[in-house]
Write a protein that binds this ligand. Structure first.
Ligand code: PMP
Length: 451
């Protein structure tokens, strides 16, 4: 085991990275990842951490908008645990709620009052949520939603969209990031599995369409044999792409007419872009929606929510289980998180900082002569190098200059700003003017580096 470096306290006085600091280095992280790789493939526990630049980092502590790594660097964090930490790292009310529950036990194999409280708060916030079922990851919530849809309709076919991610399971890891040479016709994309080792029969009833193209979706649904349409209501995994005006409304109407279950995957947008997620922002209510990430501030909680008669298939033959579902400590975190997010003021408070950051990044890139499109919500936006117009679907994103963006992220990291290599920027309620100032200074320099 390596020795922990001295870590500066996260008090306001120590917050600003000094301009005279030398570039950050990550040697201790590199050494630890190398050692860890003896026991864990790639030294990590998720494939999505393998490709990080310059290599995966090892962290000692996190507070507010900052991460403190094994090399003693203090980084302004825009990964936010891949999205969950909307209240900032180590949020005091969530920590207190968790500590209180820890005194009372970790897992009961039965119900806790916290679970009912969390469910009631959740259903009050999310438009589609008459009932919900808790589980432990977004991938699982999606599986539960697909099972509900097939059980309720007695149909098999599921439509998903190119570039949308709904978890890593065999049944749905299809056409998440297909390259142009294999993706086939735009109007009739070839389903492309995302992993080796996937059972082709598991995704055999999944059909893929381009997103944001209503006539194609309407025509397919009109056949009348589709169990479910699943989509990110704003496409936030790859890019941050808004639905075209009328697209969600049209999809809603076509699903209703065809007896198809409309599923919004709100694992990223849920409890982040509004208390009721993207369905609240866009005013379109799906039959089911899946949630994870921001619902519990970093604890492993997810849920499928929706119309009561659909959720009730779990009392009529459809099965969904899980030892850790609604684990009480995680439920304590859920209740505290939802209380903090319920009235919308916390989420709204992010908007001015997020907007300033989006505009600041756009103008720094322009000043450096880099063509880029900065799109999305102030709470989760995306920077696409190489695009002069906002993308509307996955195939537009294939024109991105990914290699240069990855170099940009590397240049930011040596200036102690940590942004996701795929272009997403997550903000929290703790990213205040000081954190944004620091970030924009780093952005201007990093842009010049890669111009
Ligand atoms: N759906 C969406 C939209 C996601 O962004 C993710 C995770 N990035 C998932 C599903 C899967 O969630 P998890 O990683 O918790 O399994």
């Amino acid at each position: 085991m390596g020795t922990a470096p001295d870590i500066a306290p996260a008090g306001i006085a120590s917050r600003v990275n000094r301009p005279d600091q030398p570039p950050a280095t990550f040697e201790e992280s590199r050494r630890r990842i190398e050692r860890a790789a003896k026991f864990m493939p790639g030294g990590v526990s998720s494939n999505f951490r393998i490709g990080m630049v310059p290599h995966p980092l090892v962290f000692e502590r996190a507070e507010g908008p900052y991460l403190f790594d094994a090399d003693g660097n203090r980084l302004v964090d825009y990964y936010l645990g891949m999205g969950p930490m909307i209240l900032g790292h180590n949020s005091a009310p969530v920590r207190r709620a968790v500590e209180q529950q820890l005194e009372r036990g970790f897992l009961y194999g039965g119900q806790s009052g916290l679970e009912e409280e969390a469910a009631e708060l959740f259903c009050a916030m999310v438009p589609c949520a008459e009932k919900l079922r808790f589980c432990s990851s977004g991938s699982e919530a999606v599986q539960a939603a697909l099972r509900i849809a097939r059980a309720a309709t007695g149909r098999r076919t599921v439509i998903k969209f190119e570039g949308h991610y709904h978890g890593w399971f065999d049944s749905i890891l299809v056409s998440v990031a297909p390259q142009a040479d294999v993706a086939g016709d735009r109007a009739h994309p070839t389903p492309i599995p995302g992993s080796t080792g996937q059972d082709p029969t598991a995704w055999g009833s999944v059909e893929v369409l381009p997103w944001n193209d209503l006539p194609l979706l309407e025509a397919r649904l009109a056949v009348g044999d589709v169990a479910a349409v699943i989509m990110e209501p704003a496409m936030c995994n790859a890019g941050a792409i808004f639905p075209k005006p009328g697209y969600l409304e049209g999809a809603r109407a076509a699903c209703t007419a065809a007896g198809t279950v409309l599923i919004f995957d709100e694992v990223i947008t849920g409890f982040r872009v509004a208390p009721g997620g993207a369905q609240q922002v866009f005013g379109v209510t799906p039959d089911l929606a899946t949630f994870a990430k921001a619902v519990a501030s970093g604890f492993p909680v997810a849920a499928v929510a929706g119309r009561a008669e659909l959720l009730d298939v779990f009392t009529r033959g459809a099965v969904h289980g899980g030892t850790y579902n609604s684990q009480p400590v995680a439920m304590a975190a859920t209740v505290a998180s939802l209380r903090a997010l319920a009235d919308g003021s916390a989420i709204a408070s992010i908007a001015p900082h997020g907007t300033r950051l989006m505009q600041g990044i756009a103008s720094a890139l322009k000043a450096a002569g880099i063509t880029a499109s900065v799109t999305g919500f102030p709470q989760i936006f995306h920077v696409a190098f190489g695009l002069s117009e906002p993308a509307q679907e996955w195939r537009d994103l294939l024109r991105m200059d990914k290699a240069r963006y990855i170099r940009f992220c590397g240049a930011l990291l040596t200036r102690r700003v940590r942004a996701l290599e795929r272009g997403a920027w997550f903000l929290s309620t703790t990213h205040d003017s000081l954190a944004i100032d620091e970030t924009l200074a780093a952005v201007a320099e990093a842009a010049r580096d890669v111009a």
